[in-house]
Design a protein around this ligand. Sequence first.
Ligand code: 13P
Ligand code: SF4
Length: 390
Amino acid sequence: MSTFSEPAATPLALLLLGRDSDPASERGVECPGDLPPASDPALVERARIARAALGDRAFVLGHHYQRDEVIAFADVTGDSFKLARDAAARPQAEFIVFCGVHFMAESADILTAENQKVVLPDLAAGCSMADMAAIAQVEDAWDVLADAGIADSTVPVTYMNSTAAIKAFTGEHGGTICTSSNAEAALRWAFDKGERVLFLPDQHLGRNTAVLRMGMSLDDCVVFNPHKPGGGVSIDDLERARMILWRGHCSVHGRFTRACVDQVRERVPGVNVLVHPECTHDVVTAADLVGSTEFIIRTIEQAPAGSSWAIGTELNLVRRLAQRHTDKHITFLDSTVCYCSTMNRIDLPHLVATLESLAAGKVINQISVPERVAHWSRVALQQMLALPGL
Ligand code: 13P
Ligand code: SF4
């Protein structure tokens, strides 16, 4: 019997999901061809027929934050790192249908063979965090570090949740990509190479890893704001910093607050609070356990029956965990809804349109990273794959 109760869908909560996003950098919003209406009762059957027609020519990947109706058609599910590896391990598939967001499809394109086509069912499925670091801004920031005489001793470490252009910048400047499960290994590698790290684009993952896993203090970190001259940081502070954190964040995980943690502890005696490291430092320090999406899933799988959990990550995943583990008490950390609005853009109509087009021999919504960008991104991604402990 599930004890999960749905959080409230207040208009304010929905409005806040778009907070701090940059509409000017939204990806294309056209979905070519006819999008079937969401009310079509034959959608599931249509998806099934098109999927069967494609057979092994297609490989469908579903990120853990996707809707149930999409996950039902995924050949594999995973976090962004696992899905990139899964895509790379399927060279026989002509079409990689990526049910996730734009940066994930780019990484899949970078890691798959030339003849494979990566398709994103809705091109408007971007990521507000990835879009908070534009390549021109990052190049300007690097010039600021060069003018301060510290670029040579700074190593860029870039979260997977970034555009291919930023990954390429990282590869070209001797850095590495990381994910939420290997950020500590990436920082240890970077500090063997240089004196400080430029961490892009998620300030929270950078700060949380530096302070909670590497023993640094909050004073070792500065926030570089690309909208302010010189990043809004003095040269002295840049020189002193060990972590230069890009001012980016996840609009979804940024919703959880310290008050959410305090309230759930009052409401549910003995509850274990489990959150993603994209949450703020305040939330992460108040939680019991912190880890990537895969870590969250593993922790719940291994938890004893009867234990209580409040989970701070995307709602589709938390609801599925509650449905799968009815012997445990699972609560959503916030009392209002918290979906990733861009992940949610991929729904059954978009999946049907994509699969039917591919089955009819027409490739739509292909994600194709230019070769020069792909080359340097691959260098940075391969550096991540070579980190110890992976
Ligand atoms: P992971 O899938 O790497 O845990 O990251 C969470 C996320 O926000 C994906 O967009
Ligand atoms: Fe981006 Fe956050 Fe959505 Fe992940 S959950 S895709 S980081 S906005």
